[in-house]
Design a protein around this ligand. Structure first.
Ligand code: ZN
Length: 377
């Protein structure tokens, strides 16, 4: 891999969307199951992929091994160091100064935002998942008529110190959400249908009217709203996750000035770039896809930045569970950004001074401004 431009290598990142890391050690089976969104398959390894080869190229040296170490040797070295030391090494090597942590997904025990921040030597903030709050409100036993007020009040409490909210409508109904703010009687009717038909066990929200209501509640609190867009696991119907489906809702939110963050976006990163260009409140990233594309990450970033204004692109890892993914996301973003800026310099599109300014914006400054994080670096 080519040397990084110095102002890309040394620039602390704001990772505006990530999750906690595992509290336990990761053996080979765990590494296989958590490397990507993909499922393992008989007779093969998920490490035979762009993400896998980049993992094996970049991660072993962080643990004192040679590049391309065999997975068994790598897992043994991991066990020797212990999960806390391994997490610390990768999180520090990622070089993030600020982390915005989505706390709504925890299929097994993971670190809290404060613990993640301590391991990384970074300031950590919380991003609250809207559906999770709604499901907690339902589980507490609210009736259909009381749902709207109970949710509004629960969300206000849960987000008292949060920097944003997150919608996973993409995973539940798809992104074809209406634009209008639903009225209280419409919400009560939809909540009644949801609560009456909920399966036994924790209620799972998947109702267009209610997803839209949740988003508007985040807007009313003037918190940046993150949307999962595009690439995800097999629970996503990818054809219903094109960000262009959000156009009517984005148009309706625009007058409020509340930022909307389109996360991941792959393979719709060009569509997302278009939306960031035409709507002043829309921001985009290429998180999750960056480390999954491995050696192709520079092509992804270059495509995402075809239309997206450079002041509207944010960095995120969307890492979950494995500390290696925070490091890989950061390393590949830096190398893609460095290649992008270097080719602009070679073509005399901008000066070195401008390249350094763009690096500060894309790595950190855009996120600091959009989330109003103040002077935290
Ligand atoms: Zn995520």
């Amino acid at each position: 891999m080519a040397d990084l431009l110095p102002y890309v290598a040394g620039q602390p990142l704001v990772d505006h969307h990530c999750h906690g890391v595992l509290r336990r050690d990761a053996d080979v089976a765990t590494l296989e199951s958590m490397l990507s969104e993909g499922a393992g398959f008989p007779g093969g390894s998920v490490f035979d992929s762009q993400a896998g080869f980049m993992f094996r190229r970049l991660c072993p040296p962080v643990l004192g091994l040679l590049p391309h170490a065999e997975l068994g040797d790598y897992a043994a070295r991991r066990a020797e160091l212990g999960s806390t030391e391994v997490s610390k090494r990768f999180l520090v090597a990622a070089g993030a100064a600020v982390l915005c942590v989505d706390t709504g997904y925890a299929p097994e025990p993971i670190t809290s935002p404060a613990e993640l921040g301590d391991l990384a030597g970074a300031t950590a903030h919380e991003v609250v998942r809207l559906e999770r709050v709604a499901e907690d409100v339902a589980a507490a036993g609210v009736g259909a008529d009381g749902f709207a007020d109970a949710f509004r009040s629960a969300l206000a409490t849960r987000t008292a110190s949060a920097v944003g909210v997150k919608s996973i409508a993409a995973y539940r109904t798809g992104l074809d959400l209406g634009a209008e703010r639903p009225g209280d009687s419409e919400i009560a009717a939809a909540a009644g249908r949801w609560l009456a038909n909920a399966d036994p066990g924790p209620p799972r929200l998947a109702a267009e009217t209610l997803q839209r209501f949740l988003v508007w509640c985040g807007v009313d609190l003037r918190l940046p709203v993150q949307f999962h867009v595009g690439y995800g696991d097999s629970d996503v119907d990818l054809d219903r996750c094109n960000p262009l489906l959000l156009t009517p809702l984005l148009r309706a939110i625009e007058p409020t000035g509340v930022p909307v963050m389109l996360l991941h976006n792959y393979p719709y990163h060009r569509e997302a770039g278009y939306l960031a260009q035409v709507f002043p409140h829309v921001y985009v990233d290429a998180g999750l896809a960056t480390h999954n594309l491995g050696a192709r990450a520079p092509a992804l970033l270059a495509e995402a930045l075809e239309l997206a204004p450079f002041g509207k692109f944010l960095y995120s890892s969307d890492a979950f569970g494995l500390p290696e993914l925070y490091f890989l996301g950061a390393a590949l973003f830096r190398s893609a950004l460095s290649a992008f800026l270097r080719s602009g310099l070679e073509e005399d599109l901008f000066t070195e001074q401008t390249a350094a300014r763009l690096a500060r914006m894309l790595c950190a400054g855009n996120a600091m401004r959009a989330y109003r994080l103040g002077d935290q670096m």
